[in-house]
Write a protein that binds this ligand. Structure first.
Ligand SMILES: [Zn+2]
Ligand SMILES: [Zn+2]
Ligand SMILES: [Zn+2]
Length: 241
């Protein structure tokens, strides 16, 4: 929070091209006020790459503020779901639920009724960013209940009551085909609205795990990225590695 007080100092960074912010200490209530105070003071016409780690939610308000403040962005990477994998004292389901409640990791269906509505809303907010080449929206497109339903699956926790990820669960895996279709639908909508976009990625339980996302090997809550690229005029899912 102290950074808000020093905001005016940031105006001196007139040549800023790359900016990476960490919102781990912010919550659903403070996210927007902080962005509103911070962004106007950072608004540099030279900023081409913006990364915000551990943002509590990605919504139209945030994306509109970003596109108004930084119209020349070529790279935009936002992530909510990293909050679920961050180092903490206890990885049991009870403590994990507290972490889940403090962010909007799966905006469907509470924030957006379905994947089409979500993608249209995001795409409309991002439309001013016509130079955007690479976009990361770190939320799940599976429904919010997937995480909670997994909790009671036989593989929902390991022998130490530690929360496991749907990515390693045979029951959740049955929904993977449907979710992969949803990820493709959303990507297609965003690509249509951003003509220069080459790559988009979403958080997912059903694709390649992200390298170096801070997970220790023993931590079992695995999250991956669903990555799509524009090849000629068609949409291609980047292969698992
Ligand atoms: Zn615990
Ligand atoms: Zn607890
Ligand atoms: Zn499951």
């Amino acid at each position: 929070m102290y950074i808000a007080k020093e905001c005016l100092e940031l105006r001196r960074l007139t040549g800023l091209e790359h900016l990476r912010l960490n919102f781990e200490k912010e919550g659903l209530q403070t996210q927007h006020p902080i962005c509103q105070r911070l962004f106007p003071n950072l608004a540099s016409s030279k900023l081409s790459s913006l990364i915000i780690d551990m943002i509590p939610r990605i919504d139209r308000t945030l994306l509109s503020l970003i596109s108004r403040s930084f119209p020349c962005l070529k790279v935009l990477k936002l992530s909510v779901t990293e909050r679920l994998t961050v180092e903490r004292d206890c990885f049991c389901w009870c403590c994990f639920e507290d972490v889940l409640e403090c962010c909007v990791h799966s905006p469907i269906p509470d924030s957006y009724g379905d994947v089409g509505l979500l993608a249209q809303s995001y795409a409309a907010a991002l439309q001013p960013l016509f130079q955007l080449i690479e976009l990361q929206l770190g939320v799940f497109l599976s429904e919010e209940r997937m995480v909670y339903q997994h909790m009671v699956h036989p593989d929902g926790q390991d022998s130490n009551c530690i929360a496991t990820s749907p990515s390693t669960c045979a029951i959740c895996e049955m929904f993977s085909h449907e979710i992969r279709i949803q990820e493709e639908i959303a990507s297609r909508i965003v690509f249509q609205n951003l003509p220069n976009l080459r790559q988009i990625r979403w958080s997912t339980f059903f694709d390649r795990p992200s390298p170096g996302n801070g997970l220790k090997d023993e931590m079992s809550f695995r999250i991956g990225w669903a990555t799509f690229e524009r090849k000629d005029e068609s949409l291609v899912r980047a292969l698992r590695t």
